[in-house]
Design a protein around this ligand. Structure first.
Ligand code: PRP
Ligand code: URA
Length: 208
């Protein structure tokens, strides 16, 4: 079964509280998502495989370590875009693939509208990013899409998850580790995370 890693770092918890506050405006919200994604990126990449390389320092030959696989950042549009620049800051050679999904507001089922992936994405360790893991439908659909096209190693990184969302990912994709800034208690009747932070896409892009 994949692991669920919930970040308890004080800096992340502090920033998450400001992010959740409805008084926090679009600019500060966007900056906080960027800052949290920087902090989360270190933990998400902690177990990436390394390989030895021979180099010469100015003083002597030496064996160093470099990442064995390339990385891919896969934002689920729209709100996942908020994570991309922070992740790229930490992983500048990571390629970015986009998956466009929105939730049908009545059925809460994900609807796919766009997919553009790097040609070598299947050889990369992929980190699917989306601020909200609510029913889990969108993240599970994005992961299925990647697996159907050949992806082997996938991680999921979200700001806030729900118990229902985690259960759904573990049922559908037991091989995928889930990284969360916080785990909230429940969903409301509209499929929103409670207390959550509201609509992540609207708060990032000012569309509410
Ligand atoms: C939000 C969020 C996730 C999804 C989570 O996107 O960014 O993608 O809902 O819900 P789920 O776990 O129940 O699938 P939304 O559909 O609002 O699209 P947007 O990012 O374009 O605003
Ligand atoms: N999508 C969001 O943006 N927020 C939620 O709480 C649930 C789904």
């Amino acid at each position: 079964m994949g692991q669920v890693i919930i970040f308890d770092h004080p800096l992340i918890q502090h920033k998450m509280t400001i992010l959740r506050d409805k008084k926090t405006g679009m600019k500060e919200f966007r900056e906080l998502v960027y800052e949290i994604s920087l902090l989360m990126a270190y933990e998400v990449t902690r177990d990436l495989p390394l390989q030895d390389v021979e180099i010469e320092t100015p003083v002597a030959p030496s064996t160093g370590k470099v990442l064995a696989n390339g990385l891919g950042i896969i934002p689920i549009l729209r709100a996942g875009l908020g994570f991309v620049s922070g992740m790229q800051e930490v992983m500048p050679t990571a390629k970015v693939g986009h998956i466009g999904l929105y939730r049908n507001e009545e059925t809460l089922e994900p609807v796919e509208y766009y997919v553009k992936l790097p040609s070598d994405f299947a050889q990369r360790v992929l980190v699917v990013v989306d601020p909200m893991l609510a029913t889990g439908g969108s993240a599970a659909a994005a992961i299925s899409l990647l697996k159907d096209r050949g992806a082997k190693k996938i991680k999921l990184m979200c700001l806030i998850g729900s118990p229902e969302g985690i259960q759904y990912i573990q049922d559908e994709h037991p091989d995928v580790d889930v990284y969360l800034g916080a785990l909230d208690p429940k969903l409301n009747d509209h499929g929103y995370i409670v207390p959550g932070l509201g609509d992540a896409g609207d708060r990032l892009f000012g569309t509410n």
